[in-house]
Design a binder for this molecule. Structure first.
Ligand code: XBP
Ligand code: MG
Length: 261
């Protein structure tokens, strides 16, 4: 068995609860700005999360939900007058702008234990990477506003968004990150929060640790090595839902045991 060399983190839902408090809010702001009378609820957004990628999610809404809600298919208003792909791309660009604004305002804090785990890993000389479906600018914005401008340099690779054509649940984004680091799956651990994320990391043969959140608590995590409520802190114990970790919070010791196990 190889040594553990790198930790690869998903972003949305794993590092922060960005779906409900960031992406959803930004989508609705973009719809309003575009003069559309769409307003996604927290519940509807949970169903839309089945499809990863913001542009893909807008199209999923139009193809699978719009008619049920409104009784008719969506037609691009004459005042907008663009092909669908361009309409969706422009709407999504506005959503990214609003999302970055929310990050600047500090709207979404990092989840319990995330900063501690980053620091512990850096002190131990482990390499860090990101493998996410979201737009690269969103990742930069979250990390710099929560951790400081130099935090981008903590990550050897930030694999994000359209850098690979097939988004999660395809394994491509993890494979891409490992190729960039010149590491094999046996030298890395993945951290995820969702079923689609786990399919992606497992598709890349990575041992995976899950931290659940409100949107993903009932997902099927068969195949994950460990399922946790969060990473915990010395004064804030995590809950171990599946698997074994003897400490009250997730440490590198625990990560190494999982990797070797
Ligand atoms: C989560 C996603 C993303 C975001 C939206 O990715 O599916 O689509 O919801 O981001 P992950 P964009 O959990 O892999 O971080 O609108 O920028 O696509
Ligand atoms: Mg996620």
């Amino acid at each position: 068995m190889s040594n553990l060399e790198a930790l690869i983190f998903d972003v949305d839902g794993t590092l922060a609860d960005t779906e409900k408090d960031g992406h959803l809010v930004a989508f609705n702001m973009a719809f309003e700005e575009a003069g559309l009378d769409w307003k996604w609820s927290v519940e509807l957004y949970g169903r839309l999360l089945e499809v990863t990628g913001g542009k893909e999610r807008i199209k999923f809404y139009l193809s699978d939900f719009y008619k049920d809600e409104r009784g008719e298919d969506f037609e691009i208003p004459a005042s907008i007058n663009k092909p669908l792909d361009e309409f969706v791309a422009d709407l999504h660009a506005a959503k990214t702008r609003f999302y970055m604004q929310l990050m600047e305002e500090g709207a979404v804090p990092l989840r319990t234990g995330v900063v501690r785990l980053f620091n512990e890993a850096r002190e131990a000389g482990l390499r860090l990477a990101i493998a996410t479906t979201t737009t690269p600018a969103n990742v930069t914005s979250l990390l710099t506003h929560m951790l400081g401008a130099d935090a981008i340099d903590w990550f050897e690779v930030i694999a994000a968004g359209d850098v690979v054509p097939a988004k999660k649940p395809a394994p491509d984004i993890y494979t891409y990150a490992m190729e960039k680091m010149n590491l094999s799956h046996e030298q890395c651990l993945a951290f995820e929060d969702s079923y689609n994320g786990l399919l992606s990391s497992k598709g890349a043969d990575l041992k995976t640790i899950i931290t659940i959140n409100n949107y993903t608590a009932d997902h099927d995590f068969a195949g994950a090595e460990l399922v946790l409520s969060d990473f915990g802190e010395p004064d804030q114990s995590m809950k171990v839902i599946v698997g074994q970790c003897d400490e009250p919070f997730f440490t590198l010791d625990c990560a190494r045991k999982i990797h070797q196990g």
